[in-house]
Write a protein that binds this ligand. Structure first.
Ligand code: TYD
Ligand code: MG
Length: 460
């Protein structure tokens, strides 16, 4: 059998950014294009399923009907509703999870706030920080005014030492902040490299499964938005949560990209304050406190996790002085913008070839939702023609390559919500207007069949 068979050792080069392996060193990673990102690693070329993080069972196959269920799995609610709704009611006992986010977004702050809740239900916690000293964490805990009993803190990065602490202190819950600083003496790769992350995490995972320990790993994401290295852990862990938000802004969104215990539909909303992350109860106005009524701004209503949010879409169309005009997006897919510009040029005769174009979603929100197409088109037309859009107007619908406007999911629900919130004009596809005919609305519905229709309606 090929498993567990050693064939000798061989030098390999692993890209720090994307994790690709190469037999020769090159200055630029052929896969992700990053410069000087290849680290040498001496690797035992063994195929060992356990090192790859798989649980190798000695059990024989059995009929599904005969499989014994474990004792009832505990769920430790944190009472931070915005967190519990994302993770599926609370921390699942024995789970192994990952929390990702950009440096400085508030991961350590959120965790410390949540850990204090575990102390209240008599769970012993070990917080392992490879980045901050115990006194720095103490200062933060004091500032957050949290319950500190039953939280052990240690500033450590070596997995073998951490393993000794686990045997000695027998915690119920352990946090590793961050996975990029963790290393095991069993690997010769530098901390933070993809190999080191994978090996330390799989060793830790085996330890955790043996001791029924609940583990949370914290990981930093790269500028491309990927969890460098930890991305490779996604298949192993039970759940992956991301904390998103711009450092300069207060808004923070917690979302699950994978969860073995619950759906990944829900999002958690927080605001960074002087006393840490505060929960946001009124979601609808979370992102857009006041709808600006200037040229280049339009409104959209997104639905995430069953809750609606009003978003402000901003477009800036300016004359370019360069040969290649700029197309930049923040919070919106750039390829989608290129597609929408092509549709606008083809079906309205507008010319953007001499314009730099920027799109931004206010409040640091990121969205991949084709229903927002109409709001982006409206903002682009508004900025290009320097005409403010109608007072309190909302734009809903997907734009097709033929220039027609199509309906997407939950459009009727969005219309009802927008009407409740006092939007005066809603621009939308014909079929949705028809479906809302019997509803009592305070908004006027404007049917737009095509981008040319929209152009005519908002520039008249
Ligand atoms: P931190 O939790 O250290 O971020 P991460 O672990 O994701 O790197 O949070 C860092 C930022 O949060 C820092 O810029 C200061 C800010 N902050 C507050 O605004 N209020 C607070 O109460 C705390 C603890 C931090
Ligand atoms: Mg941190």
């Amino acid at each position: 059998m090929a498993v567990n068979k050693k064939k000798g050792s061989q030098t390999k080069y692993c890209c720090r950014e994307c994790g690709s392996l190469f037999l020769q060193w090159v200055g630029r990673c052929p896969r992700c294009g990053e410069w000087d990102s290849l680290d040498e690693e001496k690797q035992e070329t063994e195929t060992n399923l356990q090192v790859a993080g798989w649980v190798v069972s000695k059990e024989k196959p059995q009929l599904l009907t005969q499989v014994a269920l474990p004792d009832k799995q505990g769920v430790w609610a944190t009472d931070v509703n915005e967190f519990d709704r994302v993770i599926g009611g609370g921390w699942f006992e024995g789970s192994f999870g990952l929390l990702g986010g950009a440096p400085g977004v508030g991961k350590s702050t959120l965790i410390l706030q949540l850990l204090s809740r575990l102390a209240k239900i008599d769970k012993k916690v070990l917080y392992v920080s490879g980045e901050e000293s115990a006194s720095q964490i103490k200062q933060r805990a004091d500032r957050l005014q949290i319950e500190q009993s039953l939280i052990y803190i240690v500033s450590e990065a070596c997995l073998e030492t951490i393993s000794n602490y686990i045997s000695e202190y027998k915690p119920d819950f352990i946090v590793i902040d961050s996975i990029q600083t963790l290393y095991t003496q069993e690997s010769s790769s530098i901390p933070g490299s993809v190999t080191q992350i994978k090996e330390s995490a799989s060793l830790l995972m085996r330890m955790a499964k043996n001791d029924n320990l609940t583990v949370l790993l914290v990981g930093h994401i790269t500028k491309e938005g990927d969890l460098a290295g930890p991305k490779t852990l996604e298949h192993m862990v039970d759940y992956v949560l991301y904390l998103e938000g711009e450092k300069q802004e207060q808004n923070r969104i917690l979302r699950a990209v994978k969860n073995r215990f619950s759906s990944i539909q829900e999002v958690g909303l927080f605001r960074m304050t002087q006393k840490g992350l505060a929960q946001v109860e009124d979601a609808t106005r979370f992102f857009s406190e006041t709808a600006h009524e200037q040229a280049g701004c339009s409104n959209y209503l997104a639905i995430e996790g069953g809750r609606g949010f009003f978003l402000e879409v901003q477009a800036l169309v300016g004359e370019t002085k360069q040969n290649y005009p700029v197309r930049t997006t923040v919070g919106f897919d750039k390829n989608r913008l290129l597609l929408l510009l092509a549709v606008l040029e083809k079906h309205t005769g507008m010319d953007f070839s001499r314009n730099d174009i920027y799109i931004n979603l206010a409040g640091g929100f990121r969205l991949l939702d084709s229903c927002m197409d109409l709001a982006v088109i409206a903002a682009l037309i508004s900025s290009h023609t320097e005409t403010a859009l109608p007072h309190k107007s909302l734009y809903l619908g997907e734009v097709s390559l033929t220039g027609s406007i199509r309906k997407t999911s939950l459009l009727k629900e969005r219309v009802l919500e927008a009407s409740r919130y006092g939007f005066k004009h809603i621009f939308l596809p014909a079929s949705v207007a028809e479906a809302c005919k019997k509803e009592e609305l305070t908004s006027t519905l404007h049917v737009v069949k095509s981008v040319a229709d929209l152009m005519a309606a908002i520039t008249k």
